[in-house]
Design a protein around this ligand. Structure first.
Ligand SMILES: *[C@@H]1O[C@H](CO)[C@@H](O)[C@H](O)[C@H]1NC(C)=O
Ligand SMILES: *[C@@H]1O[C@H](CO)[C@@H](O)[C@H](O)[C@H]1NC(C)=O
Ligand SMILES: *[C@@H]1O[C@H](CO)[C@@H](O)[C@H](O)[C@H]1NC(C)=O
Ligand SMILES: *[C@@H]1O[C@H](CO)[C@@H](O)[C@H](O)[C@H]1NC(C)=O
Ligand SMILES: *[C@@H]1O[C@H](CO)[C@@H](O)[C@H](O)[C@H]1NC(C)=O
Ligand SMILES: *[C@@H]1O[C@H](CO)[C@@H](O)[C@H](O)[C@H]1NC(C)=O
Length: 491
């Protein structure tokens, strides 16, 4: 339950983050900030600022470093794309400071966020002379007289976004704002990984693997690791050490004279999406996962995604799907260990289901569903198994059950374990409420059902640019613009 609440809280925090940013007016940033910070620089967040307090901008005014208010009371140091208010980089996404005058950003050679008790939230741990924001959105700490001149740069520690011409190496990872998904490089591939279980010793589950085609250049053993780069010609390239890419993942804008600034973001739903800035909004340029049901968990834990019909339901057909709540709680830990009260666990089966990303899932071959079920039932780190009667493949899930895909083929059967008595009791309560509600309000349900399903679906598909990227400031109400103008004057 704890893990679930955590992810829900994080989700909410993300939504708030987007909400917060969308009320931001950025028209005055250029006047309000300098173009470099020197030793001795200090800043504290202003109580009156509701969204973003700029501190340093680049020479074009397109990018700005400043305090970003998160979830009303928290603070992240962020680099924003100014015209869209889109954060491109966060200094401290996992350890937010509080938005209060006890929080301070200073530059003493290191750029440091600390509180009044000298607790350091984040530090670059450098000894540099100057902080600059380049016109690429890269934040750098530089030496003016000694070499190397670049001591630290934000491009080396990306958050959830890569911008054009930013190298992504094997030592880096992109992490979605909710902390659930990550992107990393392997020997010859880009992998997307999900952390379905917090504090677990199990490695993350890979849900997308894009292997280099090696059409123009081959990987040469001993020539160093590969790296990725968002090329301004409209593709995500994989390179080893030459100028020719070992792989080209083309975007829509590939080899077309669009000339818009590109960014690639690992979204909170686990998709990897590329956008370009057309001067007034972000245009979708590429998405790694086009079918929503192939996302790692579009309907949450114990959910069921129906392709084509575009809807979410629950695996356990006694539970009604409701957006914002999980079908069944996953709790923490697995079925191993003495603290697990066996009587409180239960299991169910469901026909016509399949695992997404099955080509990346672990499986064994068994002769029957019964044998497959047995493999999982007797293994305390197994949460469920899905059997394909046609191939004999028995897919085993060693993480809390996520969303499965609904298929017409009834010979594909799943077996799912549920932890804790709380889970079962809750289910019956939910079911009971569901029945009462159904009795009393069935007409209403019929009326709003379709709309609700549509809304749920819309919120959960990638095709929601309005939600993903806040609108351009031009479209925002003048009310919010005014209040920020006042803030700017008060500086
Ligand atoms: C800068 O401040 C931090 C935090 O107080 C401190 O740990 C560090 O030693 C300081 N660096 C320099 C160069 O003074
Ligand atoms: C960005 O900076 C580089 C190097 O300083 C410069 O060559 C380039 O013209 C600049 N681009 C823009 C759009 O200002
Ligand atoms: C930067 O600003 C210029 C105008 O000052 C605009 O034409 C250009 O599209 C902007 N670039 C980005 C990436 O926003
Ligand atoms: C729920 O699933 C069980 C087992 O698959 C099935 O027997 C039952 O008819 C289903 N109930 C409903 C309401 O669909
Ligand atoms: C239990 O399952 C895990 C992962 O599903 C697997 O790694 C392990 O080998 C299994 N243990 C046994 C005894 O089958
Ligand atoms: C599973 O496959 C076997 C033979 O491969 C077949 O006899 C059986 O009817 C199938 N079961 C289902 C439920 O489709």
């Amino acid at each position: 339950m704890y893990g679930l609440m955590n992810s829900l809280t994080r989700l909410r925090a993300t939504q708030l983050l987007l909400l917060t940013i969308s009320i931001l007016d950025t028209g005055n940033i250029a006047e309000a900030t300098t173009e470099s910070l020197f030793q001795g620089f200090k800043a504290t967040p202003k109580p009156s600022v509701s969204s973003f307090q700029p501190l340093l901008n680049d020479s074009t005014g397109n990018f700005s470093l400043g305090f970003l208010r998160v979830d009303k009371t928290q603070l992240a140091l962020a680099v924003l794309h100014v015209p869209s208010s889109q954060p491109l980089w966060l200094a401290n996404p996992t350890q937010l400071a509080t938005w209060s005058d006890s929080t301070q950003l200073f530059f003493n050679g290191s750029l440091v966020i600390s509180d009044s008790h000298s607790r350091v939230f984040w530090s670059t741990q450098t000894n540099g002379d100057i902080v600059v924001l380049l016109n690429s959105s890269n934040l750098q700490i530089q030496n003016l007289h000694n070499s190397p001149s670049i001591l630290w740069q934000s491009f080396d520690v990306p958050s959830d976004t890569l911008v054009e011409n930013q190298s992504f190496t094997v030592n880096m990872s992109l992490i979605s704002t909710n902390g659930l998904y990550s992107m990393r490089l392997g020997y010859n591939f880009i992998g997307l990984y999900a952390k379905f279980q917090e504090n677990s010793a199990q490695p993350d589950q890979i849900y997308l693997k894009h292997t280099a085609l090696e059409a123009q250049a081959q990987i040469v053993e001993g020539q160093g690791p590969i790296y990725a780069l968002v090329n301004s010609d409209g593709y995500l390239g994989l390179y080893q050490n030459g100028t020719k890419p070992i792989d080209v993942q083309a975007f829509n804008s590939f080899q077309r004279p669009i000339n818009g600034f590109l960014r690639v973001r690992l979204e909170p739903d686990g998709n990897l999406i590329a956008y370009y800035w057309d001067g007034s909004s972000w245009v979708l340029d590429f998405k790694a996962i086009s079918d929503t049901c192939e996302l790692p968990s579009p309907c949450g834990s114990y959910g069921l995604c129906t392709p084509g019909q575009q809807s979410c339901s629950c695996l356990d057909n006694r539970t009604e799907f409701r957006f914002g709540t999980e079908c069944l709680p996953v709790g923490t830990g697995d079925f191993c260990g003495e603290q697990v009260v066996k009587d409180n666990n239960w299991a169910f089966t469901r026909k016509g289901v399949e695992v997404p990303f099955k080509e990346l899932m672990y499986y064994e071959t068994t002769s029957s569903f019964g044998e497959c079920e047995g493999l999982c039932e007797n293994n305390c780190s197994c949460w469920g198994a899905v059997y394909n009667n046609g191939s004999g493949f028995c897919f085993l899930m060693d993480y809390p059950i996520q969303t499965l895909v609904s298929v017409g083929d009834e010979s594909k059967v799943g077996y799912f374990k549920v932890r804790e008595g709380g889970g079962k009791k809750k289910t019956s309560v939910v079911a009971a409420i569901g029945f009462v509600a159904a009795g009393g309000a069935i007409m209403i349900l019929i009326g709003i059902g379709g709309f609700w399903t549509y809304r749920i679906w819309r919120r959960k598909t990638w095709d929601k640019n309005d939600e993903i990227s806040p609108g351009p400031y031009k479209n925002l109400g003048s009310e919010s613009s005014k209040s920020i103008e006042v803030e700017m004057c008060n500086r």
